[in-house]
Ligand binder design. Sequence first.
Ligand SMILES: [Zn+2]
Length: 249
Amino acid sequence: MVDPKFLDTNYLVRNVAICTSCNNHLTPINQETKGRTSGNRLYACKSDKCKQLRIKAEVFDNVLKERIRSELNRFAGTSLVNKIKIGLNNDIDKLNKKYKIIQDGIEQNNKKQREIEYKIHKLTHLEFSENNRNFIESFTLFKIDLSKKVEFLEQELQNISKQKELINEVLTNENYWLPIINALKKQREDICKHEWRLLVTEIVSAIEIKKISNQKFKVEVRFKYDLPSFQFTHNEALEEKRGTQYLLF
Ligand SMILES: [Zn+2]
């Protein structure tokens, strides 16, 4: 479930947009003056080597809204829900496989522990010698190591169970997806800020951005649930021009 606070942002792709050069999330920066008369809201890469990656947030958000919506509307309505369900079932399958592998790992570790216990047991019943004592010590340390490993693996199993629970109880529940599906059906202007953000956080897994030249970027939008990703070139200057024209007519 998405924290409502997480939805309340003026930056549509906050924590979703990634700089492909350094793999860091882009940081929202507000350079607007009071009353928004000048300056821009930006997404910027803060890593030292690629500080020059800066995208104007408003233009970029608008372009993404249009692109994401038209892409998702290809699977609109039930078809999108089905896609999501298939994706979630695949996730559950993957988690089940991982669970089984970890369970096997725990079993192997337990078997090793029993063997070591038996060796220690035998050694303690032999006549005392310096060598024996050293062996017992090493075996005991090994045994402790193994039990720590088992503890860690058991924690992993719990994490997997929790993830499965979330998928089963929340994500596969159709009511959870209804607001998103309904938002997609609305007119562009009628989709509110929260709904856009919900769409982006729930369906988009990452937006990868690479600077081509000044104000030109290669953008790849990756979706969750095995929905096909798509690419486009974002020409900021052109989109800014188009944006003003859109407002004029
Ligand atoms: Zn970067």
